[in-house]
Design a protein around this ligand. Structure first.
Ligand code: ATP
Ligand code: MG
Length: 257
């Protein structure tokens, strides 16, 4: 497939193609001479049905890597291909469209909208996509409430973020990333504010999405509690990917490797 083709045909084309593929990618913030070289020569591919964990200490480049894979930031060097489209060739609008169609993002700092209720925050990706018919809107509300319930937030659907604690806000952000059934969920330290029980709820939900829908996950974490569910673990150290380990017995759906 031509990687410069239109976004419209990309989402359905070649379901076996990698969802996201980074080749020889560098990220430098603030100019190449005096800037911060946050990522060095990154090669990474995420396929359908994988749960990939990116581990690394504070400042190792986890958020930078996720922002590049999630089309929120451009690479300084190297190529990023998402759903067979070469991202650097896309217009801003096409890139936003591709991100909206394909990717659900859990931000490290949640990025909830304070003047919207928990349910409205969760519904946002669907409301941004298109004007929903009445029946579709009812179904979207039901799915938002289902996700909030699965994350232990059934009684908080009508609460505004300022009234929620950090654990509850983080779970609202997770529900928002899943509402539109994205093929790829990119989650930046999604359990950093959760206790053991809530972490298990989240990882069980991720695993169910993976098993039932083939959803892929790219998760940044410093939290070893997440690792029992992942199919592949990558280590970042000072912006370089180091060891790559595939956990035995946890192959992605349909994997040939
Ligand atoms: N917008 C930016 N401008 C300048 N430097 C940045 C920017 N974002 C990140 N950096 C720098 O890039 C490096 C990697 O940062 P990044 O946030 O990707 O790491 P991280 O692994 O996510 O850290 P943490 O565990 O604290 O979330 C750090 O040196 C950081 O200071
Ligand atoms: Mg980070």
């Amino acid at each position: 497939m031509d990687p410069t083709q239109s976004v419209k045909t990309a989402a359905s084309a070649r379901p076996s193609a990698p969802l996201v593929s980074l080749a020889r990618v560098h990220k430098v913030y603030g100019g190449t001479l005096l800037g911060v070289h946050a990522l060095h020569d990154i090669d990474l591919q995420v396929d359908r049905g994988e749960i990939v964990a990116v581990c690394g200490p504070c400042g190792s480049g986890k958020t930078s890597l996720l922002n590049l894979a999630g089309l929120l930031e451009p690479a300084t060097e190297g190529s990023i291909v998402v759903a067979s489209l070469l991202v650097a060739k896309l217009s801003d609008q096409a890139r936003a469209e591709l991100r909206g169609d394909l990717i659900g993002f859990v931000f490290q700092s949640f990025n909830l909208i304070p003047v919207m209720t928990a349910r409205e925050n969760v519904l946002l990706p669907l409301l941004l996509r298109a004007r929903l018919e009445r029946a579709a809107l009812a179904a979207a509300h039901a799915r938002a409430d289902l996700l909030l319930g699965e994350l232990g937030l059934a009684t908080h659907a009508n609460d505004y973020p300022p009234r929620l604690d950090a654990s509850q806000c983080q779970r609202v952000a997770i529900a928002r990333a899943l509402i539109a059934r994205p093929r790829l969920v990119i989650a930046d330290e999604p359990t950093s504010r959760l206790d053991h029980g809530a972490t298990r709820l989240v990882m069980d939900l991720f695993a169910r999405q993976q098993q039932e829908h083939g959803t892929a996950f790219l998760i940044a974490t410093r939290d070893q509690r997440q690792l029992s569910r992942v199919t592949r673990t990558l280590q970042l150290h000072e912006g370089r990917l180091q060891g790559v380990a595939t956990l035995r017995g946890r192959r992605p759906l349909g994997a040939q490797r």
